[in-house]
Design a protein around this ligand. Structure first.
Ligand SMILES: NC(=O)c1ccc[n+]([C@@H]2O[C@H](COP(=O)([O-])OP(=O)(O)OC[C@H]3O[C@@H](n4cnc5c(N)ncnc54)[C@H](O)[C@@H]3O)[C@@H](O)[C@H]2O)c1
Length: 432
């Protein structure tokens, strides 16, 4: 074993969630139920997976919690911000993801989680009308208020560390501008209260990173994915990760596309559509919010199936993604994929996928792992973009010099190797 310097996971870890909607409430309920032994954290690698460490005669399989020092679930304290005042219990009931019988055993703890007033601007989420928001102030002042929220929460709950995770609504599409390119120009724009280019999500991200709290971006918004924020994360030695939780359709894509590539099968087109009826679906029904999601979803196939490397197989792919708001389904999304592929001598074939999934059920374990692993990264002295967490993300952040890795199995190898390194083992490429 190598000598590594990872600080132990002592004391309480505050987990501050931006947005206390379907995903967050499902994540919190499941974590509280799991630590009482009343539910299983299915889908969470940090809680369930074993992995190999060492090679040859030194080979051993260990639980991830035995490889690296992770915060115990009993030491997690939850807090949130939301534009509605519903507490975590009311939010979980309202979301209708979980049955009351699975929520009620932790009702008291949930009722105690009351969201702090949010930073909100209607222009960034057109379909929602928030009532529980901070009074009108400049972007800089709002960020200062969020910093104060974080400090107050930390002190009130006796937390040693805090992680902030965004699971709030998807904001409208915002392209990268000059103001986002350096920390100085970004801070100037905040102080000048540039409401067009500084999204509310950026206020949370800036506040978290300035306070040295890892920040994870679960939606596709630009938010922390700017050179200015990369700079701040280095300055304050803070890990950042994003964007957009990889749950249903994109998870399938990042499994199926590598299969086509491995077998050198061709692809003419990939049409993905889905119906969902929760509040997320309602927000994404707005074309500007959908555009943010679309950009995030589209990047996947082109990166795995490289048309320049294999023009005869992937040089002309038609890729289309649709999201349809359909209230009767609520959180129970149905996603259809149609793949027009071709094989030997160009003969066409089709693959159809019909995934009847539950959005928040797939997302919740990702939040848990991302929170615990980001906290680990901070204790290991890592900072900046945590690309080893791409395994969990639809549109992995990367700087201008690097390309993202989308293939789920490559991402898994990278994840395990980083855990090996932080656990004091050697990274390797061996097949488990
Ligand atoms: N569930 C999935 O599979 C999945 C996958 C990838 C990404 N996401 C993203 O996660 C996010 C949450 O999804 P959800 O299903 O919980 O949605 P949701 O609508 O149930 O919850 C979002 C919450 O964020 C709140 N909110 C909006 N703007 C806010 C702000 N500025 N500050 C604080 N709170 C704010 C809303 O009031 C709402 O309660 C969405 O952006 C969604 O696109 C979800």
């Amino acid at each position: 074993m190598e000598n590594v310097n990872v600080k132990p996971a002592t004391g309480k870890l505050g987990v501050l969630c931006v947005g206390l909607g379907a995903v967050t409430s499902t994540f919190i309920v499941g974590t509280l139920m799991a630590r009482k032994g009343l539910a299983k954290p299915v889908g969470s690698l940090s809680q369930l997976a074993t992995m190999r460490v060492g090679k040859g005669k030194d080979k051993q399989y260990k639980k991830i919690t035995e490889v690296v020092p992770l915060t115990d679930l009993n030491d997690v304290v939850f807090g949130a911000w939301d534009i509605f005042a519903d507490n975590a219990y009311e939010s979980a009931i309202h979301a209708e993801v979980l049955k009351e019988k699975d929520i009620n055993p932790v009702k008291d703890e949930l009722e105690a989680i009351k969201p702090m007033p949010a930073v909100f601007d209607q222009n960034f989420v057109k379909r929602l009308h928030g009532t529980h928001v901070k009074p009108e102030a400049s972007r800089w002042d709002l960020t200062e208020q969020v910093r104060e929220d974080i400090r107050n929460f930390k002190a009130a709950n006796n937390c040693e560390r805090v992680v902030v995770i965004w699971a709030a609504s998807t904001e409208v599409y915002l392209p990268l501008s000059d103001e986002h390119m350096t920390l100085a120009s970004f801070e100037k724009a905040m102080k000048e209260d540039n409401k067009e280019l500084i999204a509310p999500s950026m206020c949370y991200a800036y506040a978290a990173v300035a306070e040295g709290c890892p920040f994870i971006m679960g939606a596709p918004n630009l938010c922390v994915d700017t050179p200015a924020m990369w700079e701040l994360s280095k300055k304050t030695s803070t890990p950042i990760a994003g964007k957009d939780f990889k749950t249903g359709q994109t998870l399938m894509k990042t499994v199926l596309a590598p299969m086509l590539k491995t077998r050198m099968l061709g692809l003419d087109g990939w049409f993905s559509t889905n119906i969902l009826g929760n509040r997320d679906g309602e927000v994404l029904d707005d074309p500007d919010s959908f555009k943010t999601k679309e950009v995030s979803k589209l990047s996947v196939i082109e990166t795995i199936l490289d048309g320049e490397e294999h023009p005869e197989l992937y040089g002309n792919i038609f890729h289309k993604v649709r999201i349809n708001y359909y209230p009767p389904r609520n959180d129970n999304k149905e996603g259809w994929d149609n793949l027009d592929i071709f094989g030997w001598m160009g003969y066409p074939m089709q693959i159809k996928v019909d995934f009847l999934c539950r959005d928040s059920i797939l997302a919740a374990p990702l939040l848990l792992d991302l929170v615990l692993f980001s906290d680990l990264a901070k204790r290991a002295g890592r900072y900046g973009i945590q690309d080893w967490l791409s395994f969990y993300l639809k549109s992995p952040m990367h700087d201008f010099e690097h390309k993202p890795v989308h293939d789920l199995f490559q991402q898994f190898t990278i994840l395990k190797n980083n855990l090996r390194e932080m656990g004091g083992y050697e990274a390797d490429e061996c097949v488990d």
